[in-house]
Design a protein around this ligand. Structure first.
Ligand SMILES: *Cc1c(COP(=O)(O)O)cnc(C)c1O
Length: 336
């Protein structure tokens, strides 16, 4: 086999010919002056789609999350967040380093949620000993698991009762929503700000969008400039985002089907323990002593995965059913 099957992440996709054409044709201007018509259209489009007043295009999800947190919290404030959340664990401590904002991490439950009683207990009293608790930050999907609407409503009610803001890292919001825009809208209804990645399941080369109130986004625009995210003719990238909103939302359901197919296939392979997927991400446990030989076997056959005792497989735009079947056969060949 000489065709690479890359199951490491949904960030590895190549922009499709249609997307590249949209990028080439994009009308552009200087977005720091607010003059890029394509960036403006993308921001308005996603804000409208998700039920927010305004939105802000950022180069990465890391930056758009950081901007989101910084619009809610200042120096000496804190945000409540899961130990496993991207905004705590995988963003280099940016909120603390660049925002002087203290994270208050809590254990994620096996389903990815934070317990309401843990959140409640972590909220600090108004006392000079403590950081000021300002924000709850959730992630959906988290580790491929969607957070249920009912749970999100409960956290939203708690936040309201305790005077806290809510930020969602919706890097994979449309996966959480199964590719349905109305479902996505419902999932974000209780949040003050939401960051959505265009470069994951939606398949663009770069870009994330932060949605919020007009006031929040105006504050966020200042932080974006300070963080170095004020891009100029960014409409070339925003055009890919608009194309993705038109063509790549509903089709994430294909990735979920492919993930289920991959899970079913790998579950038949002797010695593998497969965790049934809920969206586009499958976790598979491998016998640790076989990993070095397996790595060589996969390398030789063009299967790319980040091999670990618990390996994450991610389905995306550039993985079809035939590639899923081919990957299963390669694992089967090794273990049988
Ligand atoms: C990918 C990702 C982000 C943002 O990552 P960037 O690489 O900075 O765009 C944020 N949150 C989650 C859950 C992610 O998977």
């Amino acid at each position: 086999m000489n065709h690479i099957i890359d199951l490491r992440s949904d960030t590895v996709t190549q922009p499709s010919p249609g997307m590249r054409e949209a990028m080439a044709r994009a009308a552009v201007g200087d977005d720091v002056y607010g003059e890029d018509p394509t960036v403006n259209a993308l921001q308005e489009r996603l804000a409208d789609m998700l039920g927010f007043e305004a939105a802000l295009f950022a180069p990465t999800g890391t930056q758009s999350n950081l901007i989101g947190v910084m619009t809610h919290c200042g120096r000496g404030d804190e945000y409540i967040v899961g130990q496993d959340a991207h905004t705590y664990k995988y963003e280099g401590g940016g909120a603390a380093v660049l925002g002087s904002i203290q994270p208050q991490p809590l254990s994620n439950q096996p389903d990815g949620t934070l317990l309401l009683e843990d959140i409640e207990r972590a909220i600090k009293p108004d006392d000079a000993h403590f950081a000021r608790t300002r924000l709850i930050a959730l992630e959906n999907t988290i580790g491929g698991r969607p957070l249920p609407v009912g749970y999100l409503r409960d956290v939203g009610a708690l936040a309201k009762r305790r005077g806290l803001a809510m930020h969602l890292d919706g890097a994979r919001l449309f996966n959480a929503a199964g590719g349905s825009v109305p479902a996505a809208r419902e999932l974000v209804a209780g949040f003050d700000t939401v960051s959505v990645c265009l470069s994951k399941g939606l398949g663009t080369p770069a870009g994330s969008v932060l949605c919020g109130s007009r006031a929040q986004i105006d504050v966020g625009r200042r932080w974006r400039k300070m963080l170095g995210g004020g891009m100029r003719q960014a409409g070339v990238l925003a055009a890919a985002g608009l194309y993705a909103l038109d063509h790549n939302i509903e089709r994430v359901a294909d990735d979920h089907r492919n993930a289920a197919r991959l899970a079913d296939g790998l579950a038949q392979v002797p010695g593998l323990k497969v965790e049934p997927p809920q969206t586009n991400i499958v976790f598979v446990q491998f016998p640790a002593d076989r990993l070095p030989a397996l790595r060589a076997h996969l390398d030789a056959r063009g299967i790319k995965v980040t091999l670990a005792p618990r390996t994450r497989f991610v389905c995306h735009l550039d993985v079809d059913e035939a590639m899923v079947d081919a990957a299963i056969a390669v694992f089967d060949e090794f273990f049988r």
